[in-house]
Design a protein. Structure first.
Length: 712
């Protein structure tokens, strides 16, 4: 019989607010200790041995994902300036190839037809800008961060992370002059970097010791970054992260500083890149806002989505020259609608929002002073036929474009790209994600259920399954997914890997628990800080509802979640261990109290607005201690548990699941740890490697819920 690794106990006391916690496994934090690395390798060896019986199934699932995916493909081109930009993939290659092709004329707004020749060899006149396969050669990990082309189309900047720690190196290449790479090389940056309007300068962010983007720099292309780069903005408050961008109109550079609950924006006219940024609205604790530039009647206006006295946000317009002056109300607060964003173009404005838990998009025209026809500036909503769907504004870089590019999909509709003609109000299908191997959407059904929490809150639960393999009311194997933090919404979307579950008779469901944003800002507020336990009890209520309604039974029910959703998994394991047959926790945040008590870690000071501040507030300390997955492990019959993590993850450190697994073994839980030794928070790099990682998790889930490969 296989014996799990023995984790040595080296007790360390953690004392706060008079509470003493004895941590036996904190020594696993020493990443550079050979003993720690040896232990992690032992865990991987044990997991591999325990799951060896799934090797054939894993290979089958990998083959299914591969067979359903068009490996040589091309994205829908996006026009920017005088070029169509797109990304190609080639069969057998791990990464994408970033390309462009010239437009036919200034009036050429219809993307080229993506015929078989284009998919294989690109569009006529293609220029390869960056081949990630070439850049990644010889590397164990490769992740492309920033990617920007100067407004005149002559220069490219790109940023690469080769460790998985989300620290990037920026390089600049000429797109003329035979593609010469400039000597400029800026290391240790954050993910955000872009050219100014002239292309002579680039702006980028750097991070502090806790991986927080805190400083914006200006670099003149061709100069030595070590001696000539200029600091243009620094954020000393450790609760705030910063980023830098350029408005679609290209008239303003924008610096945004934001905590979880407060934001501030600074503007600089792009024709003066060495000038001083000025604040839009000074930060006000608890007030968030986003800024979009518009030109209305020939005047520069700022469209601002904010929550000052409007919990679900409202939209106002202010003068760009006097942003703190009079405000014009455009969309007032609506308690039933969560306003999420606005995009401005020369001739129209689009608005994204949520109503009844679903994403929505509306469009309104912008009055033009030289137009002979009056514009309809009343937003009209775009309508779609499916009960469950996700729609959002996609890549739309051009200020003067006549179409609005949209991304659409559902559990049963593959990812779809539309162009919406604002003038005629017609949707034109540009591309739908190909699903090879005879995919028939009519075989699949999606629906929404509503569970009821103990306090009466109604929790939406979205389901998808195969009509011919699942009969509602007759228990089936089921995987229930959850997240529930940061106001992030887990909207219905299509997944090729998920088909390998559905085709084996598994129901897939998402519990839209509090802490997420599906039902508005209050849905989020009621699942954070001292209300965090609602996230966990909502998930359990959703699971019990699915059992009570005959969708499944505990012996065939698995739970899945990652990152903050991994915290949910750990809390649920302690709260309701007998409700589930298995729990898949991916990069799980399962030692939250230890992390949030340490201001030097990436997940700390900025996270106090999400979880509370246990370092200075004993009430928060006691509350977090009462739900911390690691600190509440107890003697019970736990379901089977698989924890997956990455050695170089800087968001949720590998030590958290490593300690959690060791603590679970103290009470004889059946738990496995799989740690990627060359990966980050998002897992391994490269699509084939990612498919194999996904196949590993799906095979384990199928084993847990008692489903079997087709034909067996």
């Amino acid at each position: 019989m296989l014996t799990p690794p023995v984790t040595a106990k080296k007790p360390v006391e953690r004392t706060h607010h008079g509470d003493v916690y004895l941590d036996d496994y904190e020594w696993l934090r020493e990443k550079d200790d050979p003993a720690v690395i040896a232990h992690l390798h032992e865990e991987n060896a044990y997991t591999n041995a325990r799951t060896e019986h799934l090797a054939v199934l894993r290979e089958q699932i990998f083959d299914e994902i591969k067979a359903r995916t068009r490996e040589t493909d091309l994205s829908v081109p996006v026009r920017e300036g005088d070029w169509w930009y797109y990304t190609r993939t080639v069969e057998g290659k791990q990464y994408g190839i970033h390309c462009r092709a010239p437009i036919a004329s200034p009036d050429d707004w219809v993307p080229p037809t993506l015929d078989e020749d284009a998919q294989k060899s690109g569009l006529p006149g293609e220029q390869i800008l960056l081949d990630d396969n070439v850049e990644a050669a010889g590397l164990d990990f490769y992740s492309l961060g920033s990617f920007d082309v100067s407004a005149d189309g002559t220069r490219l900047l790109w940023a690469v992370d080769t460790e998985g720690d989300e620290r990037y190196t920026i390089r600049v290449r000429s797109l003329v002059d035979d593609g010469v790479t400039f000597p400029d090389e800026i290391t240790g940056t954050g993910a955000g970097a872009l050219f100014d309007q002239t292309g002579a300068y680039l702006f980028y962010t750097t991070v502090d010791d806790s991986w927080r983007p805190d400083t914006v720099w200006r670099h003149r292309v061709g100069d030595d970054p070590a001696t000539s780069d200029v600091q243009v903005f620094h954020e000393p408050d450790e609760r705030y992260w910063i980023g830098v961008g350029l408005t679609r109109s290209r008239r303003f550079l924008v610096i945004e500083a934001g905590s979880s609950i407060t934001s501030e924006a600074w503007l600089l006219r792009s024709d003066d890149p060495t000038g001083e940024f000025t604040v839009v609205w000074p930060r006000k604790e608890g007030v968030e806002y986003d800024v979009e530039h518009a030109i209305v009647g020939g005047h520069d206006r700022l469209l601002i989505v904010h929550n000052d006295g409007a919990v679900n946000f409202e939209l106002v317009s202010v003068s760009a020259d006097d942003p703190q002056g009079p405000r014009r109300m455009l969309l007032p607060h609506d308690p039933a609608v969560r306003l999420e964003g606005v995009d401005a173009f020369r001739d129209f404005v689009s608005v994204e929002y949520r109503r009844e838990g679903m994403t929505r998009v509306a469009v309104a025209c912008v009055p033009q002073p030289d137009s002979e026809q009056p514009a309809d500036d009343t937003p009209h909503e775009l309508h779609f036929d499916e009960e469950l769907f996700t729609v959002g504004v996609g890549g739309n870089p051009e200020w003067t474009q006549p179409f609005l590019r949209l991304g659409y999909g559902s559990f049963v509709t593959p990812s779809t790209v539309y162009d919406y003609d604002v003038r005629t109000r017609e949707l034109t299908l540009r591309k739908q994600q190909p699903v090879l191997g005879g995919f028939d959407p009519s075989l699949f059904a999606q629906r929404r259920e509503w569970a009821v929490a103990e306090d009466g809150a109604r929790i939406p639960v979205s389901l998808v399954y195969r009509r011919d393999l699942v009969t509602p009311g007759e228990p089936a194997p089921l995987v229930l997914y959850g997240y529930g933090s940061y106001e992030a919404s887990m909207d219905p979307s299509f997944s090729i890997p998920r088909l390998s579950l559905l085709d084996r008779g598994v129901v897939f469901a998402i519990a839209h628990v509090r802490g997420g944003g599906e039902l508005g800002r209050l849905w989020y507020e009621n699942g954070k800080k001292l209300h965090k336990k609602n996230t966990f009890t909502d998930f359990v209520a959703a699971a019990r509802h699915l059992v009570d309604q005959g969708w499944t039974e505990p012996s065939r029910l698995a739970a899945q979640g990652g990152s903050a959703g991994g915290l949910l998994m750990g809390a649920v394991a302690n709260l309701a261990p007998r409700e589930f047959a298995g729990i898949l926790a991916e990069v799980p945040f399962v030692d939250p109290l230890t992390s949030i008590l340490d201001p030097s870690l990436p997940l700390t000071v900025i996270e106090w607005d999400e979880w509370g501040d246990p370092l200075h507030d004993p009430e928060v300390y006691d509350y977090m201690k009462s739900y911390s997955p690691l600190e509440n492990v107890h003697a019970t019959h736990y379901p089977r548990i698989l924890a997956i993590t990455s050695l170089n993850d800087t968001r949720v450190l590998y030590v958290e699941p490593a300690k959690w697994v060791a603590k679970l073994r103290d009470v004889d839980a059946d738990v496995l740890l799989k740690i990627e030794m060359a990966a980050g928070h998002g897992g391994v790099s490269g699509r084939y490697a990612a498919w194999r990682e996904r196949a590993f998790a799906l095979a384990w889930l199928l084993d847990v819920v008692g489903s079997h490969p087709s034909g067996e």
